[in-house]
Ligand binder design. Sequence first.
Ligand code: NAD
Length: 294
Amino acid sequence: MSLIDGRKTAEIIKNQLKVEIEEWVKSGHKKPHLAAVLVGDNVASRSYIRTKIKSCEEVGMASSFIHFDAQISEDQLLVEIDKLNSNPDIDGFIVQLPVPDHIDEHKIIQRIDPKKDVDGFHPVNLGKMMLGLPALLPATPYGILELLRHHNIETSGKHCVVLGRSNIVGTPVSILLSRKSDVGNCTVTLAHSRTKNLKEITLLADILIVALGIPEFVSPDMIKEDCVIIDVGINRKDDPTRKRGYRLVGDVDYEQVVDKASHITPVPGGVGPMTVTCLILNTFKTVKWNAGAE
Ligand code: NAD
């Protein structure tokens, strides 16, 4: 079994990016600037934003944290998004999801200027992605492709089974891997909560991507020998031996499947660090596109 180390891969990409950004700034451009918007006080969201801001610092990018009270109205939030869209100092921004229930997430995403949509959730970016045109790719699927690329995992002609059809992970990664492209050319099966005979399908997978949000759902009897496993899930599991009372586990029963897999991502330290890194990659990508540099 070979570990697909997301932390190490993320470090390699960030170190390269740091050099590129240094050169960019030396050649007279301003520092790329990412803003992160948080609405309300979701503890996990705050922690995700902290990690994103730390990553900006690591690569020499500017960052801003913009916090709104959970009571902000949808209309007010849309006005704030317009301000970020027209602020020339901000190159890209994200609105950390989930937003409170009274705010329509789709309206918010659609208001973001596609050129500043570094999460890659806007329909324009998703449409371009589908057509294989240059686009800001959704950060987690982008991170998964980079993990496969950096670990030289052959995808062409392989059967990839994706568990979960969310707009941010399952659906886009299934499209990306089926495209005629560098990391792609897979035959893809997208399974979801209504899929029947799931185990029969997962047993066919050369590459299994799991994005369900169900702790340790995938057991060894569900995978074939030497399968590549990408575990996207991040779940809390009670653990009284830990100071904080829980530990993070994926959607795959890591301990049980590890010996059967040819490659596997750990949780934490697998897909998570790559998601953040790809957000930063997207920010620099849009900076260069908008400057006509690429
Ligand atoms: P989601 O909740 O939006 O969607 C879950 C999907 O799982 C749905 O499409 C549903 O049809 C499917 N599903 C549910 N039960 C199923 C079953 N029994 N069999 C087959 N399919 C089933 O999920 P999401 O936003 O894609 O997130 C999934 C997990 O990935 C969560 O744990 C989330 O925290 C994590 N996540 C991690 C990262 C990262 O960077 N590592 C990024 C995004 C999400």
